[in-house]
Design a protein around this ligand. Structure first.
Ligand SMILES: O=C(O)CCC(=O)C(=O)O
Length: 295
């Protein structure tokens, strides 16, 4: 279980991200891809997708025919047995995360991103804007399932911006943008750099790091598996049992909700929440049990 090298820790401190080349082999990338194709086809055919939440591209490529060519992102994957849970529990990943988050780490969010031909990228944002957790130092793990090139819509990061507070945002109003996309417009992102990766390379990044992705201008998908991790015991407002806290969280995201929340809205929000806290590391060792902190 290797941790981060001194050099990697230094670049984490100064830049807010680190790239681990060759983290996953071709067989693991194929397993992540194949299961996602199966989930996409089951979703279109009315089959079983477990707890996965499949989000279609708002404006799919007109030439898209296969179910997986119409899917944008799929959430809620890491808490059910399969290749996504295997990745979340990988002791090598736990070793890297231990240096950033300590001995007790949970995975709370997962998404597979197809970024099919013509799909729009996501504007400059900080993941911490969406999370609103306490403490607020979560770590994203972005695994390139296919290569990420300048043309197919790689992630771009703004080195050092992890030291910024959480910035205000504006809604992304581009036709074809995914619901919930927002954009930071009050900060200069001109020094952003693309993170060009081979399939199997892993990017770890701080939740406050400003990042975006560009559009996929190629004919092939640019796929990535993204997991988010936090220290065990983190307060997650999206799961807070108190409806007043939940309402405050929703309002902080710019949603106009009644105070108090109506039971129907509260039930709808709670059934759609994407976060599932699953321990992956305890007392500095890999953890394979099932229950999370659920806070
Ligand atoms: O991979 C992408 O295209 C965007 C991912 C991203 O920005 C995120 O997961 O926060």
């Amino acid at each position: 279980m290797r941790g981060l090298t001194e050099q990697e820790l230094e670049s984490w401190e100064s830049d807010g991200f680190v790239v681990v080349p060759g983290f996953a082999d071709a067989a693991r990338c194929a397993a992540l891809w194949d299961r996602m194709v199966e989930i996409s086809r089951n979703a279109e055919g009315g089959g079983d997708v477990g707890d996965a939440q499949v989000v279609l591209e708002p404006v799919p490529d007109p030439a898209a025919t296969l179910p997986e060519e119409k899917v944008g992102k799929v959430f809620r994957l890491h808490h059910e047995p399969g290749p996504y849970a295997d990745l979340a529990h990988d002791p090598r990943l736990g070793g890297l995360l231990g240096d950033l988050l300590g001995d007790d780490v949970d995975c709370f969010l997962s998404q597979f991103i197809f970024k099919n031909r013509g799909a729009l990228g996501q504007p400059w944002h900080q993941d911490a804007w969406y999370f609103r957790m306490e403490p607020g130092d979560q770590v994203g793990a972005w695994l390139a399932v296919t290569e990420a090139t300048l043309d197919n819509g790689p992630l771009w990061v703004l080195p050092g911006s992890h030291r910024e507070p959480v910035h205000d945002v504006e809604a992304d109003r581009r036709p074809g943008a995914q619901l919930g996309y927002v954009e930071i417009t009050d900060h200069d992102t001109g020094d952003g750099v693309p993170v060009l990766l081979n399939a199997g390379d892993l990017l770890l990044f701080h939740a406050n790091l400003m990042h975006r992705s560009t559009d996929n201008a190629t004919d092939a998908p640019r796929a990535a598996m993204v997991l988010h991790f936090g220290a065990a015991g983190t307060h997650d407002p999206a799961l807070d049992p108190d409806p007043v806290v939940l309402a405050g969280f929703l309002r902080s995201l710019g949603l106009a909700v009644d105070e108090p929340l109506t039971p129907a809205i509260e039930a709808a929000v709670r059934s759609n929440v994407r976060n599932r806290w699953v321990p992956v590391r305890r007392a500095g060792q890999p953890f394979t049990g099932a229950e999370g902190n659920g806070s």
